[in-house]
Design a protein around this ligand. Structure first.
Ligand code: ASP
Length: 411
């Protein structure tokens, strides 16, 4: 049986077992959860998270060093950032448009008694300046992705410039990359058990009462997520990436399932890079450049939730959003995603920044809190799919794969 099928099986069993305990044996859930489901999930999650910082460091250094032409690097950077910004803006626009038509907040909702501690968006300048670390080791200790990305790109650039002078160091980083990718493959063997544990915990601890009250909101978010994956990514893949969406889904599904189980783009990064390189034929330099960057700054699924939730909360609060406010939502949601890491639940923190920026009541987040876990799983899978689609497109349009193959053949 293929690994994807095994992970799917683990996930399916996790749903069944989680539901069984939730509905039939709720009194026993805590016990079984803390001694079986949580340990299984945590072992897998910790093992894979352990590799994130070294993989981002090593693969971005190699990615940048592998593109020795600075012009090409600049062009790739521009393409990547433009794709990220365009798909995120598109995601928020279709999310708000759909919500304005469907009106998910038109039911009987009340904000009385709702409580939620909000966070204000940091000034844009701070977010941008903060990308340059003052201590690169500290960035790695803290797992500050943007800073690690900045540092790695500079090192990679230096390696490319110094060429044969630093051959030994380049070789060392290449070999470190081999070791890390071997470990990803190795750890993925226990992914089915990890997915089982993570999903059983998530499904078993859900309060389903919240679901029926919030059904309309959830359905709108899920519908727009599907729209983004099928229509936006599907058409980008066929037209710009020259790849059939079916081939893409087949190759990338292991990463999507891991994202769904872990709710974290950062934690899924090792798996999504492996899937893009091994199954979609994306060259190492492009995958190493685009995907770590995407896992941190490109969150289309999260942006969709921001769009739907803002319109939903405005409807509940009886506020008509102006065009200016909608543009503010678009801008704040995009900027907020640059500064925040891809970890579980971070979308809610971003949402509080977005709501504050347009003067909507932050405590209204309490309404959607109960159903956010399930949506987080689905939007994380969307987030990393957007990064991989971008990697395929950049790879195909820059012809990096063919170049790498030719280099290998001549070596
Ligand atoms: N969990 C999401 C991610 O890691 C972020 C979010 O929407 O909360 O991509």
């Amino acid at each position: 049986m293929s690994l994807t099928k095994k992970i799917l099986l683990g996930m399916g069993l996790g749903i069944l077992v989680g539901l069984f305990f939730n509905l039939a044996l709720p009194d026993f859930f805590d016990e079984v959860n803390s001694y079986l489901f949580v340990p299984l999930g945590t072992i897998f999650l910790n093992l894979i998270k352990m590799l994130v910082v070294p993989i981002v460091l090593v693969s971005l250094i190699l990615g940048t060093a592998g593109i020795s032409d600075p012009k090409k690097l600049g062009r790739m950077g521009l393409k990547t950032i433009s794709f990220f910004l365009a798909t995120t803006a598109f995601a928020i626009i279709i999310a708000m448009g759909t919500s304005l038509i469907v009106q998910p907040g038109s039911g009987n909702y009340s904000l009385a008694g709702a409580e939620y501690e909000g966070t204000e968006a940091p000034p844009v300048m701070d977010t941008l300046l903060n990308i340059i670390p003052t201590n690169a080791i500290d960035s790695m200790v803290q797992g500050n992705m943007l800073q690690i990305i900045f540092f790695s790109i500079l090192i990679g650039f230096a390696l490319a410039r110094l060429g044969s002078k630093v051959q030994g160091l380049t070789r060392l980083v290449e070999q470190a990359n081999e070791v890390l990718m071997f470990l990803v493959n190795f750890i993925m063997k226990i992914a089915p058990y990890g997915a089982f544990g993570l999903i059983a915990t998530a499904v078993g601890s859900q309060g389903y009462d919240a679901f029926s009250a919030m059904l309309k909101y959830m359905l709108v978010v899920l519908f727009v997520l599907l729209l983004q994956v099928i229509v936006v990514y599907g058409s980008a893949l066929t037209t710009l990436g020259k790849m059939s969406p079916i081939k893409f889904l087949k190759g990338f599904s292991p990463a999507m399932i891991v994202a769904f189980s872990t709710s974290s783009s950062s934690a899924t990064l090792p798996v999504s890079m492996r899937a893009a390189q091994d199954n979609l034929g994306v060259s190492k330099p492009v995958s190493g450049f685009v995907q770590p960057l995407g896992a941190t700054i490109n969150m289309d699924g999260t942006a969709i939730m921001q769009g739907v939730a803002t319109v939903f909360i405005a409807q509940v609060a009886g506020v008509d959003l102006t065009i200016g406010q909608m543009l503010t939502v678009l801008l704040t949601a995009t900027l907020a995603s640059i500064g925040t890491a891809g970890v579980p639940g971070v979308g809610l923190i971003m949402l509080s920044m977005v709501l504050t920026s347009v003067g909507l009541p932050v405590e209204a987040i309490a309404l959607i809190l109960g159903v956010d876990r399930l949506l987080d799983m689905c939007r994380t899978a969307t987030n990393i799919t957007g990064d991989a689609v971008c990697a395929v497109i950049v790879d195909r349009t820059e012809g990096v794969s063919e170049e790498a193959e030719a280099q290998q053949e001549s070596a």
